[in-house]
Design a binder for this molecule. Structure first.
Ligand code: FAD
Length: 447
């Protein structure tokens, strides 16, 4: 039998200073920042638009901007600025970002996924980034072992070889790390947080919904108890009882974060495995239909509502993390640890999605800092990561992965890459103090 399935088309070839794989919040911030420093930057994205988990996964809100506190009387206190603030301001200016909404002891802002996609296109093009959509990184270029010098991407035109000074893995899944054979970690001994299929419910009578359910987007215990009852009676199949419903920037629309997807045989799913990823999509859509039926039948204001669409891709919270020179620990998060090498800060709770109720552990009136070396591989050269695949313990990721922080990581790693290229340094040699200087110049408020 002939097993040679080689693609015989010629490779296309590009050279650049910085290559970013992945156009999520982190990849966008990273590519724009490095390009604004005058570097030749390529951004590869497997979909036809940017946004990643926030847009393709419809995660829908920018969490992580504010401090949490028992008393929210004084309103939201913002702690993340810089690129994140610039993006939020521009999105709000286009009508694509809500004012802060209550999320338990913290706040969040709901975004419009179409306006996000269009703003990302505009920012990338204005910064001069060479954006390549519908391109999947499928291999790494290495010289003599563990020095990453770029990637091979698959496109409809054939394979594309991209040689670069610094490669940034902003794939969310640490794909480039894995392809390079560098050390990585998967969840808690292989167990990752469960996926969620987010969906939109339209036709909601919002004044009645808000009058009955209140301004907090975390639905109260009465709703959880009702879900549990209906589940027990067999009337519906609703595996998650603690749910979050966010009024969006569109009239009469709720963004529904409520499903909890497992395999048809009850097993926990890990989207790194193609069978699990596929099953998550199919079961996610089915579950969205079931929750929408429950809402219509049981929630005030939802009587005439309909499920208008599910996310284009099931929401994946966690897959593979880098094993970095530093690891953000669970203790760092809950104790509000600070670091002289910090390049970002967060006050988002540990929001662990496992079991039938997500566990939320608040960090009140304080924040923790995330050190640069959480983004630098323990071994190897030429590579940095940005975004949710940072080096962090299982519960710590359940806090550190949200959108405002991913913007902040990308912002910092874009500067780190620029410093490395301009000074002919390996990323590990970059001084975090210099990154902080650039971040401060950009208004990131890290002092
Ligand atoms: C269900 C769910 C709900 C959430 N809710 C919220 C919320 O309400 N608020 C909040 O702030 N955060 C929320 N999050 C978290 C947040 O959405 C993500 O953690 C964040 O968007 C991650 O950003 P990122 O840039 O690190 O990675 P991602 O957004 O995952 O982006 C990675 C990008 O890389 C691309 N890519 C991957 N592999 C390749 C490859 N090999 N080649 C080319 N491209 C590739 C992907 O297509 C994607 O665009 C939620 C997440 C989930 C799953």
């Amino acid at each position: 039998m002939n097993t040679n399935s080689e693609d015989r088309r010629e490779y296309q070839h590009i050279d650049c200073d910085v290559l970013v794989t992945g156009g999520g919040a982190a990849g966008l911030a990273c590519a724009v920042t490095a390009a604004r420093r005058g570097l030749k930057v390529v951004l590869l994205e497997r979909y036809g638009y940017c946004g990643g988990g926030a847009v393709a996964g419809l995660s829908g809100t920018v969490c992580g901007l504010y401090l949490a506190g028992e008393s929210q009387a004084s309103g939201p206190q913002q702690i993340v600025f810089g690129f994140c603030e610039e993006f939020c301001q521009q999105l709000a200016g286009r009508g694509g970002l809500s004012d802060p909404l209550r999320y338990g002891k913290n706040w969040t802002r709901v975004h419009d996924p179409l306006k996000w996609r269009m703003l990302a296109d505009d920012m990338l093009l204005q910064a001069g980034v060479n954006v390549i959509y519908h391109a999947v990184a499928i291999g790494v270029l290495t010289e003599g072992g563990e020095k990453v010098e770029g990637v091979i991407a698959w496109t409809k035109q054939g394979r594309l070889r991209i040689n670069t000074g610094v490669t940034i893995d902003a794939s969310g899944d640490a794909d480039i790390v894995a392809m390079a054979g560098l050390p990585d970690v998967i969840g808690d001994r292989g167990n990752v947080q469960n996926p969620t299929m987010i969906f939109h419910l339209q036709g909601v009578d919002m004044p009645r919904f808000l009058a009955r359910h209140g301004a907090d987007t975390i639905m109260d215990n009465a709703v959880s108890a009702l879900i549990a009852d209906k589940n027990r009676s067999g009337e519906y199949r609703l595996p998650r009882s603690k749910i979050w419903l966010f009024p969006t920037t569109q009239p009469g629309e709720l963004l529904c974060n409520c499903t909890r997807i497992s395999g048809s045989d009850g097993r926990e799913l890990n989207a790194l495995y193609y069978r699990d990823f596929t099953e998550a999509e199919i079961n996610g859509r089915r579950q969205a239909v079931e929750y929408a039926r429950f809402f219509r039948d049981n929630l005030t204001g939802c009587e005439q509502a309909w499920l208008s669409d599910t996310a284009p891709q099931v929401g994946i919270r966690q897959t593979r993390q880098l094993e970095g020179r530093t690891r953000l620990s669970n203790a760092d998060v809950v104790s509000g640890a600070k670091s002289p090498s910090a390049i970002a800060r967060s006050a988002w709770p540990i929001e662990l999605h496992a079991g039938d109720r997500p566990r939320v552990e608040w960090l009140l009136d304080d924040f923790y800092e995330i050190p640069y070396h959480c983004f630098v591989p323990r071994r190897g050269q030429g590579l940095l990561v940005a975004g949710r695949c940072l080096s962090a313990e299982h519960e710590a990721v359940a806090s550190a992965r949200v959108t405002a922080q991913c913007f902040a990581y990308g912002h910092a790693i874009g500067h780190a890459a620029a410093i490395a290229v301009n000074n002919k340094l390996s990323p590990a040699e970059v001084d975090p103090a210099e990154i902080r200087q650039f971040l401060r110049r950009d208004g990131a408020h890290l002092e």
